[in-house]
Ligand binder design. Structure first.
Ligand code: NAD
Length: 303
């Protein structure tokens, strides 16, 4: 039987995911508040719908790609996040049919995933948190990496869709564990971007070009996603067009600080890095590319 898929949130990531699934011959329906996003998805073989009710009427699996945890909670549980059965026909809890699987690819919080999953379970709807890495290019090519929090049985049912969307899937635990892993991953990415900027700036002032330094680092033990992907593609050429915004990275850095605080952990390096991301608000708008943070380390070299 053909699995019909819905995608909610057709932005930089969700738009690419929907197009990838359509390319894999899944019937795909897409919903976004933005007409421009719906039009773009339609051009990529996705059937656009203009309401959540219309979307949930036809699909077996729904993928969420929303900016933040609060968007996920509101879409699933309603404005107040109430879990009571009521007639709120704008929320997934009321509109979703028993048997539906929700795959949330939003970088969200473990608490939100668990709260939403528990509420949806009362209606026979399953929930998987599967946050992603790989940027818009990875979403559009189906090569994203996923860290997944899910029950084995639900994961097995969702696997054909997950496989079509991603190149790597690591099942890290039960519901919420995917977001724990994603928050830890992005804490590293936020640190690496700044530490690599400091290393590149220091070496440049000591006479080694950024290009040559990165070649050496990438063959050595200092390499990371920053040195292998971010600097070569978006920083050294000053393109700053990764498709991941400063606002979303600030959100993720904040999620790491919140998680550490909730666990009573002192993380001196992550704290210092979080402070730099926070202070950068003074000069870098939420809509700018997240890689632009390096300009605060060395505005001459990276500006
Ligand atoms: P985006 O802002 O480009 O897209 C989000 C989309 O959601 C927008 O089109 C918006 O109109 C839509 N939306 C918001 N609320 C909605 C609602 N209630 N109903 C329907 N549509 C709604 O964001 P993005 O860059 O695609 O990121 C999405 C998620 O993926 C975020 O959690 C982000 O942290 C994560 N992520 C992004 C990247 C990246 O490189 N961009 C990489 C990995 C993970």
């Amino acid at each position: 039987m053909t699995t019909t898929v819905g995608v909610i949130g057709l932005g930089n990531m969700g738009g690419g995911m929907a197009a990838t699934l359509a390319r894999h011959d899944f019937p795909v329906f897409g919903f976004d508040l933005s007409q421009a996003a719906r039009d773009k998805a339609a051009a990529a073989g996705v059937t656009p719908v203009s309401s959540l009710a219309e979307l949930l009427d036809t699909i077996d699996i729904v993928i969420l790609s929303l900016p933040k945890a609060e968007h996920v909670e509101q879409l699933c549980l309603g404005k107040e996040g109430t879990q009571e059965e009521n007639q709120d026909t704008t929320r997934l809890l009321t509109l979703g049919k028993p048997g539906l699987i929700v795959i949330d690819t939003t970088t969200s919080t473990p608490e939100t995933s668990r709260k939403v999953a528990a509420a949806l379970a009362t209606r026979g709807i399953d929930f998987i948190d599967a946050p992603v890495s790989g940027g818009p290019k990875g979403a559009a090519s189906g090569s994203m990496s996923m860290v997944i929090g899910a029950e084995e049985e639900v994961l097995a049912r969702a696997m054909p869709v997950l496989e079509a969307m991603s190149g790597s899937r690591v099942h890290v635990g039960g519901c919420g564990a995917g977001n724990v892993a994603k928050i830890a991953n992005n804490m590293l990415a936020a640190c690496h971007l700044i530490s690599t900027a400091e290393a590149v700036s220091m070496a440049a002032r000591a006479g080694v070009s950024p290009e040559k330094l990165l070649e050496g680092v990438n063959a050595g033990s200092g390499r990371s996603g920053a040195s292998q992907v971010m600097f070569p593609n978006w920083v050294i050429n000053k393109a700053y067009d990764s498709g991941f915004t400063m606002g979303l990275m600030r959100k993720d850095v904040g999620l790491a600080s919140d998680l550490a605080a909730a666990l009573g952990l002192e993380l001196p390096l992550a704290n210092a890095v979080a402070q730099l991301w926070d202070e950068s608000r003074a000069s870098l708008d939420d809509s700018e590319d997240f890689c632009a943070i390096v300009q605060r380390t060395d505005s001459t070299l990276f500006g």
